[in-house]
Design a protein around this ligand. Structure first.
Ligand code: SF4
Length: 452
């Protein structure tokens, strides 16, 4: 399951953080559109929570819902996992052995072994398991920072998380490999923020400070923020973040996502240029920086070929099978006058199964009258699933795992088709290859994915 997480700690009891968490979750919506939730602490009794299935502005559509979430500390989460049962939706919230709420992004690889450690409890989700492990340490009287250090030592897998104790302390942790991003920011001495991406820190008016380093823990209480490097960093940053997952206005692992995408477009142009071109288009929106840079590098004109209908993310009302058949272009409607009679380079952000690319090429060529359509992809070939929580389909569904670029070109009906090389991606990121996870592009995983 993929997620976007946020935790905010206000250094005055007058703060009401639920609205800030709501805005931060809106900024993280691209990381998960299936469920979301917020938990807050107001110093009176239990933690307060509201969670549900749907987008952030659907689950928190009533102002009174946020109003009821009082408190100067809180956590929030969006996820990619559809789930009807609120008990299984993040943030996880356990009341025994002591109260803890927790949001998490990643994949716990030693889930079964850790399940043994929390008996007699039977956690239903990875987030609940982590909450119980953490709560167990607190019950033994450990300080939350020490409890988090022990937790980091117990987990095998990929984990960026933020937790809230029943006493209003907040702790965040990024595992030593740092596969999933995590950032820290603050608003002067007023509040501190932990979030999956820096864009969530920006939108609430706070200042981004830095990435939370792999192996690093932050602890917040009403007097201070404490930092602990609990394990030696062994970075294996997810390379797919900069290609596709993250927002272009975020800075991840010290590399601005937008800059990386511009360099990807330039390298794509160096690797696979086309001689005779009338127009370069970027589809979908994530691919626009690739396309802009591709056009600049090759000296060809960049243009708009499609217009978005409705919201950028999936609509709550989905087209029926009939509506799909008659061709409701809910997502992107082509601009015929921009495409008709032209030789087009279509820059895509990633090609997974190939069906969307096939539909787009078919639409441009057969309905809009494009003379030529050359597809260039700003991601290397996606050949293998992700064992660390990012939703990549199984290998038998991945077009790049089975076909050469020339074969894919035929399948999608393009004049030519090329992916970015893995070497090109590493160069564009400017991060040493040994510090990256490139597993879904190479099939080689830096952390053994099976249960030990
Ligand atoms: S396998 Fe792919 S998506 Fe998963 S962490 Fe590695 S690079 Fe990222």
């Amino acid at each position: 399951m993929g997620s976007g997480i946020v935790g905010i700690y206000g250094f005055s009891r007058l703060w009401r953080m639920a609205r800030f968490i709501y805005y931060a979750l809106l900024a993280l919506q691209h990381r998960g559109q299936e469920t979301c939730g917020i938990v807050t602490y107001n110093g009176k009794g239990e933690l307060h929570s509201h969670k549900g299935e749907g987008l952030v502005d659907q689950v928190f559509s009533k102002p009174e819902t946020l109003e009821a979430l009082e408190g100067w500390v809180g956590l929030g989460c969006v996820t990619t996992q559809p789930e009807k049962d609120p008990a299984r939706i993040q943030p996880a919230h356990v009341r025994e052995p002591v109260e803890v709420a927790l949001c998490f992004d990643g994949k716990i690889l030693n889930f079964k072994r850790l399940m043994e450690k929390v008996k007699p409890w039977k956690p239903q989700t990875e987030a609940e398991l982590l909450a119980l492990l953490f709560a167990g340490r607190l019950e033994k009287g450990l300080h939350p920072l020490e409890a988090a250090v022990q937790l980091m030592g117990e987990i095998k897998g990929v984990c960026s998380m933020v937790a809230l104790t029943g006493r209003g302390e907040m702790v965040s942790l990024r595992d030593p490999h740092g596969v999933k991003p995590l950032a820290i920011g603050s608003f002067g001495f007023d509040y501190g923020v932990i979030a999956s991406e820096s864009c969530a820190i920006d939108v609430i008016g706070a200042d981004f400070k830095s990435d939370v380093q792999p192996g690093e823990i932050y602890y917040f209480d009403e007097y201070s923020i404490e930092r602990r490097q609990a394990a030696k960093p062994q970075p294996k940053y997810c390379a797919f973040e900069h290609v596709y997952l993250a927002r272009p206005d975020s800075l991840i692992n010290e590399v601005p996502v937008y800059d990386a995408r511009i360099r990807i477009g330039e390298i794509l142009a160096e690797e696979h240029s086309v001689e005779e071109v009338d127009l370069v288009l970027g589809v979908p929106e994530t691919a626009i920086p690739f396309a802009v840079a591709y056009a600049q590098k090759t000296g060809k004109p960049f243009g708009l070929g499609f217009v978005q209908t409705g919201r950028r993310i999936r609509s709550a009302i989905k087209p029926t099978q009939f509506e799909r058949l008659v061709g409701v272009q809910l997502k992107l409607n082509p601009i015929k006058s921009a495409i008709s009679g032209r030789r087009i380079v279509l820059v895509d952000d990633s090609v997974v199964r190939g069906t969307t690319t096939k539909n787009t090429v078919n639409l441009m060529r057969n309905k809009m009258g494009a003379r030529e359509v050359h597809v260039r992809v700003g991601s290397p070939r996606i050949r293998a699933p992700c064992p660390y929580g990012t939703e990549v389909p199984e290998k038998d569904e991945l077009i790049a795992a089975h076909l050469t670029p020339a074969e894919v070109s035929k399948v999608v009906g393009a004049d030519s088709f090329h992916w970015l090389s893995v070497r090109g991606l590493v160069k564009a990121l400017g991060i040493s290859r040994r510090n990256l996870c490139l597993g879904c592009f190479t099939g080689k995983y830096p952390i053994p994915p099976g249960e030990e």
